[in-house]
Write a protein that binds this ligand. Sequence first.
Ligand code: MN
Ligand code: MN
Length: 287
Amino acid sequence: MNALNNLIFADATALFEKAKFVIFGAPYDGTSCFRTGSRWAPNAIREASYNFESFIAAYGVDLAEVPICDIGDINTGLDREAFFREVEETGAKIARDKKVSIMLGGEHSLTYPCFGGHRKKLKFVVLDAHLDLRNEYMGAKHSHACVSRRVVESVGNENIILIGIRSGAKEEYEFAEENGILYYSADRINSEGLDGVMRALSGIRGDVYLSIDMDAMDPAYAPAVSTPEPFGISPSHVREIIQKVAPRAVAMDVLEIVPQYDSGNTAILGAKLVREFIAVACSDKKL
Ligand code: MN
Ligand code: MN
């Protein structure tokens, strides 16, 4: 971890041993293909987190009273393999102590090593504009464009739900159909609402990994992402999904923010989603 980084996520003042939620930054964007720069996002999200009150009235939770720890960033001087290994070890260390891990990316490929650290079959709820079901992309199997494919290979077709989808190669859509991978398009959510998604989420049994590729949301709300895709879902949709999933989540991540393209609102939204997640996860109101 990078000890030089003194900036911590707001209210994340607990010691690791005492923490229920552990935040870490994963500043890696080595396979980003359109806009690079998500490696700068962990600190942009941390800075944005100071915008908010510690008390979250909607859930009656004061984050200043919740044991949250921010252990800093994975070392940026590492190559891809070493970086992924450290993400996996960090995920493992947090999971071993039965704490909830919150990873601030970085690009979407990082979900896979982070999940690997949990060393059990988790159920995946992935918010994304993109299917990310390619077997490989530009010669890389660990590209951001392949992350859901790698997850499917590990947990099985039936243990992943993709939400907000509106982009993929023809082969990816065929792969999803042939393998019965459940996905909800942004078009369907925007016309029918979240009823179908909520029913599917209600059917999940066991521990959940919630992965938020910020491009799931419309660029009007989250413009500063690596691969923006118009006609997305709204932050309120994402909030409802968090309200449903957070009580059973053992891990979450917020990925693909590229601060150079931001006037601040994408990082603020990312920080807010983390705060919503924590507040819901520790509130008594299981929505
Ligand atoms: Mn993605
Ligand atoms: Mn995406």
